[in-house]
Design a protein around this ligand. Structure first.
Ligand code: ATP
Length: 254
């Protein structure tokens, strides 16, 4: 099966640092692809480059064969590629339901603050989405908390709300940034269950994660990144058995 998304020789520099250094990898359709690697490997920069938040200096991103390199976030979202965003402190006074409806950065061409201060167009669009939003809250188990301030949510509940925010955009590929970080065991199970269920419905995933148990549980394949490049790709078992991967995590040459 052809890959859903292909990254071909992608480079993104910050000053003298190549956060992505001619990176080549692909994300399969209908699978969960893990993007793992040591700190500073370029994982977050990759998510940003795939969702219009970091413009690559060179290289290409192909989505179902079409060149989508450097498209802004709202156009990538329109094509079905959406990433999750941490619920920032500015949102904590909003209810869970309101937080779900606040546009993530760069989406729909609106800024987060613009959304917070109530642009008419945004609200009109979101009113249409209110029914879908309630259904999503129910799906992630947060409907009973819809009218509570989102500041009261636990780490795991915030992750579920972040997933619901991304799902509200009706993605084909959802990119999750550390869905297991700061999550209690019961909600971790809930996140694993939800990822598997959505995958069974045909959604593709790219997951940046440091929790290797979670990666092993949900990922069909992983790409191990190191210094902006793809070091090893394969199943979790294949990748973690590779001495280059062990060396990259330990910070020593193989
Ligand atoms: P972690 O697992 O610690 O989150 P990561 O794999 O997500 O790391 P990135 O955050 O993508 O790595 O960073 C890759 C490299 O690019 C690092 O050296 C980082 O310092 C640098 N970098 C990333 N974003 C910026 C930025 N906005 N300005 C300057 N340097 C940056």
């Amino acid at each position: 099966m052809s890959p859903f998304l292909q990254v071909c020789g992608l480079t993104r520099r910050y000053g003298g640092v190549a956060a992505l250094d001619s990176l080549t990898l692909d994300i399969a359709r209908g699978q969960v692809t893990g993007l793992i690697g040591p700190n500073g490997a370029g994982k977050t920069t990759l998510l940003n480059a795939l969702t219009g938040l970091a413009r690559p200096d060179s290289g290409k991103v192909l989505l179902e064969g079409d060149d989508v390199t450097g498209l802004p976030a709202h156009l990538m979202a329109g094509k079905g590629v959406v990433r999750s965003f941490q619920i920032v402190r500015e949102l904590s006074s909003l209810t869970v339901f309101e937080t779900l409806l606040v546009a993530p950065p760069g989406q729909r061409g609106e800024t987060l603050l613009g959304a917070l201060f109530g642009r008419r167009k945004w609200w009109a669009q979101e009113r249409e989405n209110a029914g879908a939003a309630r259904a999503l809250l129910e799906r992630v188990g947060l409907l009973k908390l819809a009218d509570q301030p989102s500041s009261l949510l636990s780490g795991g509940q915030k992750k579920l709300l972040e997933m619901a925010r991304a799902l509200l955009m009706r993605p084909k590929l959802i990119l999750l940034d550390e869905p297991g970080a700061g999550v209690s065991p019961p909600l971790r199970l809930e996140i694993v269950r939800l990822v598997r269920e959505l995958k069974a419905e045909g959604l593709s995933f790219g997951i940046v994660e440091h929790d290797m148990h979670l990666v092993e549980e949900v990922c069909d394949r992983v790409h191990v990144l190191a210094q902006g490049r793809a070091l090893v790709s394969g199943t979790f078992a294949e990748a973690t058995a590779d001495p280059r991967v062990v060396s990259a995590y330990l910070g020593v040459a193989a």
